[in-house]
Design a protein around this ligand. Sequence first.
Ligand code: DGJ
Length: 731
Amino acid sequence: MSIVYDQQHKLLTLTTANTGYQMQIDELGFLRHLHYGSKTGSQNLAYQILEHDYAFSGNPVEFRKERTHSLDIIPQEFTSFGVGDFRVNSVAVVNPDGSRAARFQYVSHEILDGKYTIPGLPAAYDNGNEAQTLVVTLKDDVTGLMVRLYYGVFEKLDVITRYAEFVNAGEETITLDKASSVCLDLPLGNWDLMHFWGKHALERQPERSPIGHCVTTVGSTRGTSSHQHNPFIIICDHDATEDYGDSYGLMLAYSGGFKAELENNQINCVRAVMGIDDTYFSWKLGPGQSFHTPEVILSYADGLTALSHNYHRFIRHNICRGKHHLEKRPVLINNWEATYFQLDEEKMFALAKEAAALGIDQFVLDDGWFGERYDDNAGLGDWFVNYKKLPNGLDSLINKINGLGMKFGIWVEPEMVNEDSELYRSHPDWALSEPGRTPTFGRNQLVLDMSNKEVVDYLYDCLSTLLKEHNIAYIKWDFNRSICNVYSHVLPADRQGEVSHRFVLGLYGLLERLISEFPDVLFEGCSGGGGRFDAGMLYYTPQIWLSDDTDAIERLIIQGGTSYGYPVSSMGAHVSASPNHQTGRRTPMYTRGVVAMSGAFGYELDLTRLLKRDKEEIREQVQQYHQDEILIHRGLYYRLTDVAKGYYTAWQFVSEDKSQSLVNLVVTSPQPTPDPLHIRFKGLDPDTLYRIKEDKQNITGAALMKAGYTFTPMMGDYPAAQLHLSAVSCK
Ligand code: DGJ
């Protein structure tokens, strides 16, 4: 049993393979958090909390004389509101009488087999006897507002998921102004925060700093998870490294605005709260109604590598779904950086023909095939073919491409509309915009109101017709601006605070309908590259275009930063032209291949204009990727160097049985008298002798991991190397 209740001490203990989590119902019914971290068995950990009289911290009436009980000090599973906990709170409410308070006390709990689901929202799933669920119900006796805390315990996977459901069991409407998914009070320690910031075309740059005596907020007010911040944070011991040290991950499976708050309080205790961004949020909860928060995926491990492995495994097996998520992915050619909007049937077919000759599996027709779309000023919303560009229709191109033995994929951006479109001319009120205000544009487009069922149904009709009428194997689903003017023309004034979240529910509902109706289609997420790269989208789209920056050297940090939380199989990565279109940098074809192969691989350049030797190299890369894909996508991923420091970057894949490994190295800044390119490999079996294909040496795992390996010095612009290791014998 991974969830045990000790009735005598009112303790609830959750256990996974390597971690323990404990909570206790205290004498007043508050749910205390006692532990999350390494396993501690069934030991009652309540002794850790020493209660004192902490002045200015407030005491519940039952303890007003002793002054030893204060919600401001006690670690809790979920906070009450306005009753004496002055730290960052999990919740904010406005009661029917205008008062702002909620005192949540224990009512009951249930332990269930299997994993809970969340209505309308992504939630990790159980593949069969993998998980148990704990539900703890707390209630505010004055208003009747209840909060049900859900815990999904994935024993073997070292993951605990959490979410909160608010239920109005009172008789009048209550307003939620903040509804977080999780509150986690950490053990005493010296904690660093790692988060992943960025911008368009430079996403998920890792940054690590101590958690100070202030509230640190990482989040997005952009209506999407965003390029600027990712809904994944790591809290780790100040001395933690890749290989050891307490490391916690908090990952929100949500694609809208989010907020993670961290506070080191007056007695050096750190609290983390994470959930939907509350900047524009306000939700009216009528009697009998429920509000479900998105799920947070928690994991604890000794060292950052082990933490990443927990997330990689979990996202691949328990978040991503559908027939493609664990399968080999097609190597694709996308026409975007080859032609941008200047596409026509002849050019597209010429590109596909070159690609087919090089062994590429799938052609993707990007932006510009529909409506009056000649640049980014018009056409979004009109999801019917542009006959001026494709006079014989889509099927003519698709048939020709299929005739080459290739599959066909297509780009859409369903949640957007241009003012210059038939859709906008017929339904201007379908775009988000405040009455009397000219809306703010982004890429000259407006955002459709996904909280409006009519809009979602219209998009469903357009997309399902497209998929039914044509032989389409893949959809690239883009989203190219941040959301503002958050106002829906179908919701009343007092419900406008619900629009952002209802938008996300509308998006998820649409995706769910499409993936259920078209299970053979591979959906790829995208938002101007990686602006919506999160576990919420990965529930519907097992891969996401990682970044609009295709420069191989910049990708080392973008892919490396993303790897802390997400598996390489989720990262769309393409070889593009040199000089690169975003940075102007020239890199060798070999290096571009080495970097892009650590992802869901493809090409995005004009193959018709390449030299013969480049084409030959591409043919070899495609063949090699097909051979290595299983090792890359299913193997364990190791960062061998700091992704943002040093003059070279190296990373490694090791098969779960340790019999195969692939080591990758890219020199990012060649040196005249170079320090040795010396690296200790990881994850191998010490007693196994490995054959290194490229230099034909046989070396033991112990030697490669403890003594290391020295690469031959490399000169020139951004050289790279790969080593394939295979076990030849074990002791
Ligand atoms: C942004 C995407 O990230 C690109 O790959 C491309 O699809 C463009 N949008 C098209 O507008």
